[in-house]
Design a protein around this ligand. Structure first.
Ligand SMILES: CC(=O)N[C@H]1[C@@H](OP(=O)(O)OP(=O)(O)OC[C@H]2O[C@@H](n3ccc(=O)[nH]c3=O)[C@H](O)[C@@H]2O)O[C@H](CO)[C@@H](O)[C@@H]1O
Ligand SMILES: C=C(OP(=O)(O)O)C(=O)O
Length: 439
């Protein structure tokens, strides 16, 4: 049965909430624990579904995971990886994108790995060609079977390599890091992704004993070592969740203090937030996001890899842009299909048109192809309540923001999807004075 949230909108979100560790880092640090010979401890871990999914994956691979959800601590002991039930990984098919990142650590420890069908948000085709190329470059054999999926082996071990990414993919950069740290010899990655979550993963690997340097111009160099220990680390804050609450404050005309939000990773978002007409105050504890009253401004925006404007910030911000004066243009350059969520916004009264062309900026990989990857938002438009269904994680949060900003009562279906990346969002909504009820 679908989970439905009844949202009565039209009142500003006001109050204070806390954001903990980043979904897109915590899951990768958990995978890194497989590389260690001793126990790892990760702190500031949020209670979200993706953490549960990766805990299940680790257990399947012989890592015992102890969780203190209130303290936000995970203790991971990899001493029984030899007992991994590799072929059972299919039970995790479709759950998240993390299983593919287990390949390097498993090849080092057991000499083989399986890749099931991956999950994650359906915001584009999301191929895994870079991942498989990288594994082959290290000397792994990749076999695709129609029944058992992808089977990877490394009968002769893994050797360092030189690789240049065609596009600075986050997952492929992580794949390379998690494989190179224990490969024989040196590895060089060109055109690497340098997202803050990747830098924190590098910090974890360095704590474990890895030798990694991040050089200028997106070049990462790794010298393989024969053994890594466990780590003790506090996860960086979730900049996507923080920005989502900021966008919610703006769209509802409210004021939300996000304890735990950190400025350095959010500078690009904060610049855009200010240009749109939002206001913020930064303290040692977090960031207070405000709608200062008056008109919001339209903007031209392009999503990009770090340090550009994150694609995962795009969907929540678009809801706030429906309340800005004039024409905003948003060019999505990271995923080819991330505007499906605007269908529901149109149903609620927003004026949004999507285009195949690269609008408002430089041409991207998706230009001249049949992908609606640019949006023109014309505002302000009052939003009215509607019955809508959550399409994906960030699109779902955007629907929630739209329902909170709209006059009347909306029914938002499939709301549980949001648990994948937003800790206790119902509790947080209640703390911010939202009128919501599960039905
Ligand atoms: C769990 C996690 O951390 N998810 C994040 C991660 O996803 P993820 O790591 O999957 O995203 P990538 O950076 O790899 O994808 C970026 C682009 O590269 C393409 N690509 C990627 C790999 C490949 O083998 N071939 C290929 O063509 C993708 O289709 C996409 O168009 O980074 C994205 C970009 O910041 C974020 O939106 C996601 O929230
Ligand atoms: C796209 C996202 O995540 P995933 O890669 O897990 O689907 C996201 O967090 O917005």
């Amino acid at each position: 049965m679908k989970s439905v949230l009844r949202v009565t909108g039209g009142r500003p979100l006001v109050g204070e909430i806390t954001v903990r560790g980043a979904k897109n880092f915590v899951s990768k640090a958990m995978v890194a624990s497989l590389l260690g010979t001793s126990t790892s401890v990760l702190r500031n871990v949020p209670q979200i579904n993706d953490v549960e999914i990766v805990s299940g994956l680790l257990s399947l691979h012989g890592v015992s995971v102890e969780s203190d959800p209130v303290a936000g601590t995970l203790t991971m002991d990899p001493s029984n990886v030899d007992l991994a039930r590799l072929a059972d990984i299919d039970a995790h098919a479709g759950s998240s994108r993390i299983p593919i990142l287990l390949c390097g650590p498993l090849l080092h420890r057991l000499g083989e790995a399986f890749i099931p069908d991956l999950g994650g948000c359906r915001i584009g085709d999301r191929p895994i060609n870079y991942h498989l190329d990288i594994l082959r470059e290290f000397g792994a054999h990749v076999e695709k079977h129609s029944e058992t999926g992808i089977h990877i082996t490394a009968p002769n071990g893994l050797e360092g390599t030189k690789y240049e990414l065609r596009y600075p993919s986050v997952g492929a950069t992580e794949q390379l890091l998690l494989t190179a740290v224990r490969a024989e010899g040196k590895t060089e990655l060109r055109n690497a992704a340098i997202e803050p979550e990747i830098m924190d993963l590098i910090a974890v690997l360095q704590k474990m004993g890895a030798l990694i340097s991040v050089d200028t111009d997106r070049v990462i160099r790794i010298e393989g070592v024969s053994e890594l220990s466990g780590f003790n680390h506090t996860a960086l804050s979730d900049r996507i969740e923080s920005a989502s609450w900021g966008a919610a404050a703006l769209a509802t005309g409210g004021e939300v203090t996000v304890k735990g939000a950190t400025q350095p990773e959010m500078m690009t978002f904060l610049n855009i937030f200010r240009k749109v007409g939002g206001d913020f105050e930064i303290s040692d504890d977090g960031i207070r996001f405000m709608h200062p009253g008056g008109k919001l401004n339209s903007i031209v925006l392009e999503t990009d890899v770090h340090p550009g404007f994150m694609t995962d910030w795009q969907q929540p911000l678009v809801v706030a842009l429906t309340q800005a004066y004039g024409l905003s243009i948003v060019h999505e350059t990271v995923y080819e299909n991330r505007f499906g969520f605007t269908d529901a916004l149109r149903k609620m009264g927003a004026h949004i048109q999507v285009y195949r062309e690269c609008l408002g900026g430089t041409p991207c990989r998706f230009g001249q192809r049949n992908f609606n990857h640019s949006a023109v938002i014309s505002g302000p438009t009052p939003l009215k309540a509607a019955d809508i269904t959550v399409p994906d994680l960030r699109g779902g949060f955007s629907h929630l923001i739209a329902a909170l900003a709209a006059e009347g009562t909306s029914n938002v279906s499939g709301i549980k999807l949001i648990n994948r990346g937003y800790e206790d969002f119902l509790g947080k909504l209640a703390a911010l004075g939202a009128d919501v009820e599960m039905v």
